[in-house]
Write a protein of this length. Structure first.
Length: 172
């Protein structure tokens, strides 16, 4: 990715880009902890459909969600490129770690503020608060997610409760 070295006075946003189906999404790099290869996930009963299960990350229980299911795009099919993006979200003012399935991770891109537009206003019935912005590129748009707004408070409380489970050994 070419970088403009003459960014005098402009604000730059670093975004980790990833694919869900044919679309390119991004999250602010400051929310990303790490990216993992997809490994075994332990299913937790009575959780929302979009929650794949939990993984053991260095002794901590980390819930894993399928963003494609959450966005009503179908389920993520496992491939050699499927990965889990470990992100930090805020729940009631406290940091919570969760994993998000992605079809593939692409790159870290720097966007200047002037190429990021607000989320489109699609009507009152559709909540677009989870979209932090739309970054313009030659090949189209990158939908930048607000990780703190992707899930409702009820969904986040269910995810948070799964972290109270004892960490089991992952069998890869």
């Amino acid at each position: 990715m070419e970088q403009n070295t003459a960014l005098k006075g402009s604000t730059v946003c670093q975004v980790l880009t990833f694919r869900l189906a044919e679309e390119v999404y991004g999250v602010d790099i400051m929310s990303v902890r790490e990216v993992l290869d997809f490994s075994s996930v332990t299913k937790v009963p009575h959780t929302p459909d979009f929650m794949v299960g939990v993984i053991n990350l260095r002794g901590n229980v980390v819930p894993v969600v399928d963003l494609k299911k959450k966005f009503r795009m179908g389920a993520t099919e496992r491939s050699v490129n499927t990965c889990i993006i470990i992100v930090e979200v805020q729940i009631d003012g406290e940091s919570t770690i969760l994993g998000a399935l992605a079809d593939s991770v692409q790159e870290v891109v720097e966007f200047e503020d002037n190429v990021i537009e607000d989320a489109p206003k699609i009507g009152t019935q559709l909540n677009t608060a989870f979209i932090a912005g739309m970054a313009k590129r030659e090949s189209g748009f990158v939908i930048i997610l607000n990780v703190n707004a992707v899930f409702s408070m009820g969904e986040l409380s269910v995810i948070s409760q799964t972290q109270q489970l004892p960490a089991e050994e992952n069998h890869e």
